[in-house]
Design a protein. Structure first.
Length: 256
């Protein structure tokens, strides 16, 4: 017959086994929850061991890198360690933000890599910056960008007094009457064609900007008076031929 001490010892062992069992269940539940969170994450999550081999990748990482999880796991990690443009396995370029943290995997030091696709955000930022500095009708630099380039050119001239520059103001002749007679859609088409003609006769280093309405301006660096006159003559000659806009032939001139 068991003594009281033996019964108490047996009860303690049973209670301990139950606690261990409960703890294991809680750990399993926590691990399952953690894996669920990781798998549901829209960010790519990878674990790379000390030998540089991918030992874990979630679905988002596989989709981001253009591979399957089976292709990623066991492969030598080859992604960059900073926010950068990269190329998927299908050769599509994307931009990713990468954060790297120290961690452990199966008791060994490892690296946790968090990947976030910022391609669309970068495209949106680029588009926003473009719209802030370019005319929406012609696509040429606007007044803000022209002023910035002019300040830079003047700063270069102060450093190198022998440098010269020319600023040419241009007005499209009769744009108001075109708008009044044919509508603003035709007037905008005239501005687009005018921008194309101006850009076609200046150097790649020159800046042509649309200030608004019928006003354009050119910034030409490293030109003397004769060079500036030659640019003005080329721009004027570019408007010798009539413009065909929406089936309407328009004779459009420019004053420089």
């Amino acid at each position: 017959m068991a003594t009281d001490d033996e019964r108490r010892g047996e009860e303690e062992r049973i209670g301990l086994r139950q606690e261990v069992s409960d703890l294991r269940e809680r750990l399993a539940a926590a691990e399952s929850h953690f894996r669920g969170v990781v798998e549901a994450s829209t960010d790519g999550i990878l674990v790379v061991n000390g030998e540089g081999v991918v030992v874990f990748a979630n679905n988002a990482a596989a989709a981001l890198l253009g591979d399957t999880r089976a292709q990623l796991v066991g492969r030598q990690a080859s992604f960059p360690v900073a926010s950068t443009a990269a190329r998927r396995a299908d050769h599509e370029v994307f931009r990713a933000e990468l954060r790297v943290l120290s961690t452990e995997w199966e008791g060994q030091p490892a690296v946790l890599a968090l990947l976030r696709d910022v391609t669309e955000q970068n495209l949106a930022d680029t588009e926003m910056a473009y719209r802030a500095t370019h005319d929406p009708v012609t696509g040429l630099p606007n007044r803000y960008l022209f002023d910035d380039r002019l300040r830079q050119a003047l700063a270069r001239d102060r450093r190198e007094p022998k440098r010269t520059l020319a600023i040419l103001f241009c007005d499209i002749d009769g744009l108001k009457s075109i708008n009044d007679r044919h509508g603003h859609a035709v007037g905008d088409a005239v501005l687009v064609e005018a921008a194309r003609r101006i850009a076609s006769v200046i150097r790649p280093s020159d800046t042509a900007a649309h200030l608004g309405g019928d006003e354009f301006v050119l910034l030409c660096e490293d030109v003397d008076d004769a060079g500036a006159s030659a640019v003005a003559a080329r721009v004027t000659a570019a408007f010798d031929d009539p413009m065909a806009v929406d089936g309407v032939e328009l004779v459009v001139g420019i004053s420089v």
